[in-house]
Design a protein around this ligand. Structure first.
Ligand code: CMX
Length: 435
């Protein structure tokens, strides 16, 4: 058996047993009180999900299992000492809770390269049936759904598999799906932006390196950037829109393709993953109106105008974070190290000095600091990947690592159908004695 799957079987059965005992012994314990405002403001802060892959602290930012981003960059296996960690290693960490050795990461790379070779032809046919003008996220999600004809999970379910074994076909489907996403993403990119000049996968490359290669970028610099990008966007605990949606749809025992496509439809919203494209539109308009070297005062005025028009400043703010997103900081450090003079990076640095004040002065924005999307597009553009509509697809390829390793755990834990209660306005008014 695949050594990763073997290990997961051992770890999984122990933790599933622990969860069962926890609920049996403490199922009636109260863990939190909930206010009316929390419910009405998007359930912020309500603890309602079980997710092991990562956790988000408002002040510190994300930890994958127990590791902060700087710790990940130090401990996860890399191809070269001065390179970025391989996302395959992060997948293993999120799945199993420990740092893998290099041989295990190589096993995953080879396994994914093998699985990626078997994409059904109709996944490409449905992409080709769409106009090239269809947003890349439409093409991406359509192809993900189309690949579900190969779902191991659906087949096993139809054959009447015992529910304690659901995790097994889920594991197979998740690995198939993750392995194939770079091929699909690169196909869409070459179709829309490079005149259908497709580039074959190189099975000797790692997962992220292959994505860069198939997109047409073979320099070590861009492969390194792609590895960083794939690590940083992989997970953000369970409550964000893409993770929660993938989980929710999975609780109906929908296969991993259905579940992930649902999550990706959420990622395509401008307040979530599509913010990385929105930031570029916002920057381009700024440059068109003011020029490419605006003063801080001009940036302030431009940002204030955005607010006056009743719009958000993309790339700033967060539902949970209350400090600068460490994923922003990590990308800025990367840019400062390798491309400190890039004009867009200079602009990002200047905006960072001005926009938090502008947002603070509204008196209502809870977090005026930049999030991951405030810089990711500028970094990609500075390296020559200038086609903004592909950015959310790249985010989605990365996000698969976290939300799909969680989906395997959902089946290991036997998580039931998610079904919260909803109430009318009258019910809430009566509940709190509102007159
Ligand atoms: N620009 C302008 N107004 C903002 C703002 C921003 N960047 N961030 C928050 N606000 C506003 C909200 O729209 C809200 O206004 P109303 O009371 O008039 O409705 C008010 O401030 C309070 O919002 P909040 O509690 O601080 O933020 P939320 O948790 O509701 O929303 C988020 C979080 C990310 C949607 C919001 O900050 C936002 O719209 N940011 C811009 C879009 C963005 O960058 N999204 C990417 C997030 C990261 C990711 O998922 O990829």
């Amino acid at each position: 058996m695949d050594p990763v799957k073997q290990k997961l079987k051992e770890v999984g059965s122990k933790r599933a047993e622990q969860l069962k005992r926890l609920v049996a012994e403490h199922g009636n314990d109260v863990i939190q009180e909930v206010t009316l405002e929390q419910v009405i403001s998007g359930m912020k802060g309500i603890v309602a999900l079980l997710t092991d892959t990562s956790s988000l602290d408002p002040e510190e930012g994300i930890r994958f299992r127990d590791y902060s981003i700087p710790e990940l960059r130090q401990h996860l296996p890399k191809l070269k000492d001065d390179g970025e960690p391989l996302p395959e290693g992060l997948f293993y960490l999120m799945l199993l809770g420990e740092i893998p050795d290099r041989a295990t990461v190589d096993f995953i790379s080879r396994d994914w390269a093998r699985r990626a070779a078997d994409i059904p032809g109709h996944a490409f046919d449905v992409i080709n049936a769409l106009p090239k003008s269809a947003h890349p996220m439409i093409q991406f999600n359509t192809a993900i759904l189309a690949m579900s004809t190969q779902s191991h999970f659906r087949k096993a379910y139809m054959e009447g598999m015992d529910k304690k074994d659901y995790w097994d076909p889920m594991y197979e489907g998740v690995n198939d799906l993750i392995s194939r996403l770079p091929v699909i993403a690169a196909y869409i990119y070459r179709r829309v932006f490079h005149n259908e000049k497709y580039i074959d996968m190189d099975p000797s490359l790692d997962w992220a390196g292959n994505l860069a290669h198939m997109m047409g970028y073979d320099s070590e610099e861009i492969k390194r950037l792609m590895r960083l990008y794939m690590v940083l966007h992989a997970d953000h605990e369970g409550g964000n829109v893409s993770a929660h949606t993938t989980h929710l749809v999975g609780t109906a025992l929908s296969n991993p393709y259905y579940s992930f496509a649902a999550g990706m439809n959420g990622l395509a919203g401008p307040l979530h993953g599509m913010a990385n494209q929105e930031v570029m539109v916002w920057l381009e308009q700024l440059i068109a109106e003011i020029g490419d070297n605006p003063t801080k005062e001009q940036i302030r005025e431009y940002a204030e105008n955005t607010l006056k028009q009743g719009r958000v400043i993309p790339g700033y703010g967060h539902a949970v974070l209350r400090k600068t997103d460490p994923r922003f900081t990590e990308q800025l450090n990367f840019a400062n190290k390798y491309i400190p003079e890039a004009p867009l990076i200079k602009l990002v640095r200047n905006i960072y000095e001005v926009v938090p004040d502008v947002l603070r002065s509204t008196g209502k924005v809870k977090n005026p600091w930049p999030n991951v999307d405030a810089i990711s597009g500028s970094l990609l553009t500075s390296y020559g990947i200038t086609e903004h509509p592909i950015y959310t697809v790249l985010f989605g390829v990365s996000r698969s690592l976290g939300v799909l390793s969680s989906l395997i755990w959902d089946r290991i834990y036997g998580q039931p159908l998610e079904r919260p209660s909803s109430k009318s306005l009258e019910w809430y008014m009566k509940k709190v004695g509102f007159k």
